[in-house]
Every structure is written in C-alpha cells, then in structure tokens.
Design a protein around this ligand. Structure first.
Ligand code: TRP
Length: 334
C-alpha cells in the first residue's frame, strides 16, 4: 500500500503539556516523521466529551499545535491537523458506533475510571457524564481507520482502545466486505511512563492535582530544577533501577535515560547518591525543553493556523476516499 508504514496518533488539546506528554509521546512523534508516513491529530472532538468553557477548546488546539511545532513537528514532513477540521471523523465515528457493541464500550476501563471519578466528585467538570464519553472509543476507531493506519503509537493506557479499534474494523470488514486496514498498537520505547515526582506510583497526569510532582514543558528552568530536587525518593540511599522497590529513584533514572537516549540500568551505576542524580536529571531536562520554549516564543498564531490549514488539506485528501469506501460498503445510498 504505502511504502513507509503509516502511523497515526492523537493528543487532546486540554490542559498544559507536561514532561510525560513530551517524553512519552511528542518526542517520539518528532522522531517518526522521517521513517514513517506520519499523521498526527489534535483531537478536539474528544476533548468535548468532558464539559468545556466556550473558547477553551479552540484556544487549547492552537496552543497544542504551537507546542507540537515548537517541539519539532514539521508540517512538510508529517501531517498535523485538528480533528474537527476534517469532517469525515464525525461521519465515520457514527458508523463505528453502529459496529461497536454496548457491552464492549461498557468494558472500557478509561470510561469506568472517568465515570467513577465524576460520580465521586473528583473531576473539575462535576458529575455530568456525557454519552460522548461512552462512545469515545468509536470516534477514536474512526480517527485511526480513516487513514488506512498500520501503526498506532500510544501509551499502554490506550491499549484497550486500540484493541477495540481492531475488533470493530474486523467486524465491519466481515459484515460488509474488506474496507479497513487493521492497525497495530505500539508502545513507544523510551519514556513511555513518566511518573509523578511526588507520587512515583502514579503516572504524571494532566488531571492529577499535583503541581510539585508535574514538570510542565513551559516551567521556568529554575522551577524545573526545584521540582527535581524535591522529588520523592526513599531512605535506603542506593541508586538502583528497581521499579517496584524504588519507584522514585527509578523514575528519575527513566527520565534521565529518556532524555539522554541511554539505558536506566546502566545510568544507575554512575551514581552513588541521590543528590547528583537529581541535579543531572534536572540539567538534562532543562537542556531538552529550553529550545522548545524558545521556538514557541518565536511562533505566532498565523504560522500555526497556516500549518494547520495545510495539515487539514493533506488529511482530508486521505480521509475522504476512505470515507466513501465505508459509505458504499455499509450500503448507504450514494
Ligand atoms: N484517546 C487518546 C488519549 O486519550 C487520544 C486519541 C484520540 C487517539 N484518537 C486517537 C490516540 C487515535 C491515538 C489514535 O490519549
């Protein structure tokens, strides 16, 4: 089909971008531009599954696009676009809802976690649970299938959604004839799981209220250094990579390894004490984010909008014929 494997991935335009997003996703996206046919989507329609203030999503999309461009995505070498700019996503999203089962969607752990959190009053948006939150994985399946995607690089928290995508694609193909390419899930190798610096048993997260444990991509260098200095470790004093016994120290080693493209086990041997490890991680992270912060400041909204317009045109050119194929296959009058 295509000569380079086609990858598709999505990111929500919500909240701020932290080190976990950068090391776990964005940095890998930048690296994939050269050896993949890479399509990256700012999934604004997904963001609406939780209530948003007017204007919040638009602003978030613009900010996320600017961040991705600053981090090194090149609109000429990849396809970067906003989901709602390509209307086929909503259209195929509906068809996918008709091939996903109620039972299947009910088993999605992300849905269960989010509804439990809303019921317990732990979300900013209160206790409202939209139907969109429930059907979210059908829209995600549409995102992926619209591009004849071979590989979906996302964290293991998304594994279940990718398996569902495969299942609904196969069901559609069986019911209506070969239409969709069956995609594969791939967990990005390095830095896939950056943990909270204050709660190293939990993934660094936009929704967790832990400002001292979350390193923001746009934190001042001084603030970054301070957060690493105060990172929770343990009291045995030995620098060793051991995720279950030493989650805090192992997280620092993982971050250093991800930023310096090294192996965390080997890095551990270079340190006797926590202090020097912490300052080296802080320095490495600052060196990685400073150029991104500078490029972000140089870009303006017009540059970003131009890039997104180009991206939407390229995306639509792929998505429209696939949508036509699906429409015909499903037996709609064309
Ligand atoms: N659900 C993904 C997340 O929360 C975002 C997403 C939406 C996505 N559509 C996608 C990721 C398609 C990969 C492919 O992170």
């Amino acid at each position: 089909m295509h000569s380079r494997p086609r990858v598709f991935s999505g990111i929500q335009p919500t909240g701020t971008t932290h080190l976990g997003n950068y090391l776990g996703a964005i940095r890998n996206w930048v690296a994939m531009q050269d050896d993949h046919d890479a399509i990256f989507c700012i999934v604004d329609l997904h963001a609406l599954t939780m209530p948003k203030a007017p204007g919040e999503v638009a602003e978030g999309s613009l900010r996320m696009a600017r961040t991705l461009l600053a981090a090194g995505l090149d609109p000429e070498r990849c396809t970067l676009f906003v989901q709602s700019h390509v209307r086929e996503h909503s259209e195929l999203g509906w068809l996918m809802q008709t091939v996903a089962s109620y039972g299947e969607l009910s088993r999605m752990t992300q849905f269960k976690d989010k509804t439990d959190a809303a019921a317990a009053g732990q979300t900013k948006s209160g206790s409202f649970i939209s139907a969109g939150l429930f059907t979210y994985p059908a829209l995600q399946a549409a995102d992926i299938l619209l591009y004849d995607t071979n590989v979906v690089p996302v964290g293991d928290d998304q594994k279940q959604h990718i398996e569902l995508t495969r299942d609904v694609a196969e069901r559609f193909n069986n019911r209506y004839g070969d239409t969709f390419v069956i995609p594969e899930h791939r967990v990005p190798a390095a830095g896939a799981r950056v943990m909270d610096l204050q709660h190293p048993d939990r993934k660094m997260s936009k929704s967790l209220d832990s400002p001292q444990g979350t390193v923001e991509l746009f934190d001042e260098p001084k603030a970054i250094t301070k957060k690493f200095k105060r990172a929770v470790t343990d009291s045995d004093g030995e620098v060793r990579f051991d995720l279950s016994a030493k989650p805090g120290v192992s997280n620092l080693l993982s971050i250093l390894a991800a930023v310096t493209d090294d192996a965390p086990e080997g890095l551990a041997d270079r340190y006797e004490q926590y202090g020097p490890l912490k300052s080296d991680v802080a320095d490495a992270v600052v060196a990685a984010v400073e150029p991104i912060q500078e490029r972000y400041a140089e870009l303006d909204d017009d540059d970003v909008r131009d890039a997104l317009r180009l991206g939407a045109d390229k995306a639509r050119a792929i998505a429209a014929p696939v949508m036509d194929r699906a429409r015909v296959a499903a037996g709609l009058l064309v």
